[in-house]
Write a protein that binds this ligand. Structure first.
Ligand SMILES: NC(=O)c1ccc[n+]([C@@H]2O[C@H](COP(=O)([O-])OP(=O)(O)OC[C@H]3O[C@@H](n4cnc5c(N)ncnc54)[C@H](OP(=O)(O)O)[C@@H]3O)[C@@H](O)[C@H]2O)c1
Length: 323
């Protein structure tokens, strides 16, 4: 595993980190299999884990706490997120700071997350939706700073809404946050336009999330793919999105060079950007962990392939199903 500097915190984090949503929030998860996958990741050098209160109402945070306790000799970096008070994803322009992150709500959920995980502190506390206009009202950041002074959190971050990488640039520029979490993959490349250059300028860490476009960039989706009732993916891959996505993936498949797989190419595309501190693929199976960690060993893709993949950029705007 290779390690990268996590912005101004100067932590050395594994460039392949770990996304912990699916194991607690998606319907077809198996806890024992997920815990085995988490431990395999630690054994292979993964040291950055992203969870959230909202992933199973604390279930994923509990699993992270158990992992930390099972590995007392390892420095594992823990990142979680405060849910918006109105429990709406994504936030919208008309939501106020009081709708989403009033100070008492932030404090209550940081305490709740610590209790779920059984930890004394989290390394990174992120706000789970974001509006740049909230920058005008600094109560969110004074509250998080207060929690940092109490030793309950070490660094502060925002997680920007799907397909709104622009909606965090001013906050990064303000210097008030240590990290930003954003979707970045072969399809979603908009973070390259403004967000990544600003992060580099301000030395803000980048957590690249959803590296496989919720699974499509693994190459396993078909027009017949279906998910269990109540699984978030069933509401995301609505027929129109599934069709458009599968068509895009089919156009991408011939580009995969001999000796590479689509998932490996997807991760190595992301690792090719110098602004990225860590990637957090969602993984519930040890074999996926092993495949994904191998992408770090292999390093970035050749420049000619990167250039070709940039032509597969797919700019999308939020819709009612794109939460
Ligand atoms: N608003 C936010 O802040 C927000 C929103 C979404 C996600 N996130 C974070 O980002 C993380 C990653 O996103 P995600 O989990 O939604 O989607 P993702 O990483 O794009 O895709 C996850 C899917 O890819 C599969 N997979 C992983 N490695 C694979 C491989 N080598 N070969 C084939 N399939 C593979 C996983 O299967 P298995 O699970 O079966 O192993 C899972 O079905 C989340 O876990 C969460 O931590 C944050």
């Amino acid at each position: 595993m290779k390690y990268r500097r996590f912005g101004r915190t100067a932590w050395q984090v594994s460039e392949v980190g770990y996304g912990m949503w699916g194991m607690a929030g998606w319907k077809d998860s198996n806890d024992q299999e997920s815990m085995e996958a988490l431990q395999r990741a630690v054994d292979l050098g993964c040291n950055f884990f992203d969870t959230a209160w909202a992933y199973g109402d604390g279930k994923s945070e509990k699993m992270l706490g158990a992992l930390v306790r099972a590995n007392p000799s390892k420095r594992l970096y823990t990142a979680t997120k405060v849910p918006p008070k109105n429990l709406r994803w994504p936030s919208r322009r008309e939501y106020t700071l009081d709708d989403c992150f009033p100070p008492d709500h932030i404090e209550k959920y940081v305490e709740s997350s610590l209790k779920n995980a059984g930890l004394d502190s989290f390394d990174l506390m992120q706000l789970h939706v974001w509006e740049d206009q909230w920058l005008k009202d600094d109560r969110w950041c004074r509250t998080l700073d207060g929690l940092r002074r109490r030793g309950l959190v070490r660094a502060i971050g925002i997680s920007v809404n799907r397909w709104e990488s622009w909606n965090g640039v001013e906050t990064v520029r303000s210097g008030l946050v240590d990290a930003v979490q954003v979707i970045y993959n072969i399809f979603d490349q908009t973070a390259e336009d403004e967000l990544f250059p600003t992060c580099r300028e301000r030395d803000v860490a980048v957590i690249a999330r959803v590296p496989f476009d919720e699974g499509s960039l693994t190459g396993h989706l078909t027009l017949q793919s279906r998910w269990p009732e109540g699984d978030w993916r069933a509401t995301y891959f609505v027929p129109g999105n599934l069709k458009a996505t599968v068509e895009r993936v089919e156009r991408l498949k011939p580009v995969v060079p001999a000796g590479l797989t689509l998932p490996e190419m997807a991760l190595r595309f992301i690792l090719g950007h110098p602004a990225v501190s860590t990637i957090i693929p969602g993984m519930r199976k040890a074999r996926h962990v092993e495949m994904n960690v191998a992408a770090s060993h292999a390093g970035p893709l050749p420049a000619s392939l990167l250039a070709e993949l940039h032509r597969h950029r797919w700019d999308r705007t939020p819709t009612d199903w794109s939460q």
